[in-house]
Design a protein around this ligand. Structure first.
Ligand code: FES
Length: 222
């Protein structure tokens, strides 16, 4: 794996080489980096998959570099926190646990696989145009809770996510779906958040929402 190569360089050639890794098994999300021009997890990528002799590694693009392959993730995590990535319930706590059906869980199961590696965020085109854009990973988490029947904040979440730098500013380039190493498909989550915003009636004033509505009318009538 590319991670093993980095270890060999660090242990045998240059101890100053700096990179993050923890689990080494695609779970913690700490070793996302640009490998041969594309964001990936170094621990998940086997050398043979690259099919080339020459391998290039670089820090995640678009994020401030601290040292070598280590980038500053503070902005990424601030945006993650801004979507309230936790269950907010309104009913009293049950004796044991809040249950849900398998069907209810299936609605957002893909988004629970996000490991916050920032591979999608770092190559997001909307973010390149607007550094304040909340970003695909955070919205995937937003959808995870907006779609959860046990959460009592669906309308408030729809408002929160539809504001400035929100879901309607996504350029739909689909890079986030392509880059995600876990199959989360953040763009799909953003699209579903737009649907929730429509259903909750909170986004009609937004230019992006009006654009989407115009497409819908166009498809229905033409
Ligand atoms: Fe944990 Fe790669 S080291 S995901």
């Amino acid at each position: 794996r590319v991670l093993d190569l980095l270890h060999r360089v660090k242990y045998e050639q240059d101890g100053s080489l700096t990179f993050r890794r923890s689990c080494a098994h695609g779970v913690c999300g700490s070793d996302a980096m640009l490998i041969n021009g594309r964001n990936r997890l170094a621990c998940k990528l086997r050398i043979e998959q690259l099919g080339k002799r020459r391998i290039t590694v670089a820090p995640l693009p678009g994020l401030p570099v601290i040292k070598d392959l280590v980038v500053d993730m503070d902005g990424f995590f601030d945006k993650f926190k801004s979507v309230q990535p936790y269950l907010v319930t309104e009913s009293p706590a049950p004796e044991r646990e809040r249950l849900q059906s398998a069907e209810e869980h299936a609605r957002y199961e893909d988004t629970t696989k996000c490991i916050l590696c920032a591979a999608c965020y770092s190559e997001c085109n909307s973010l390149a145009a607007d550094p304040e854009f909340v970003g695909p990973a955070a919205f995937a988490w937003g959808y995870r809770f907006a779609a959860d029947e046990r959460d009592g904040q669906r309308k408030n979440r729809a408002k929160l996510y539809s504001g400035d730098h929100g879901v309607w500013d996504c350029t739909r380039c689909m890079y986030c779906n392509e880059r995600c190493p876990k199959g989360v498909d953040p763009r799909d989550a953003i699209e579903k958040l737009g649907g929730i915003a429509f259903n909750e009636g909170v986004s009609w004033a937004d230019a992006g929402a009006r654009h989407a509505k115009a497409f819908l009318i166009s498809m229905r009538t033409g």
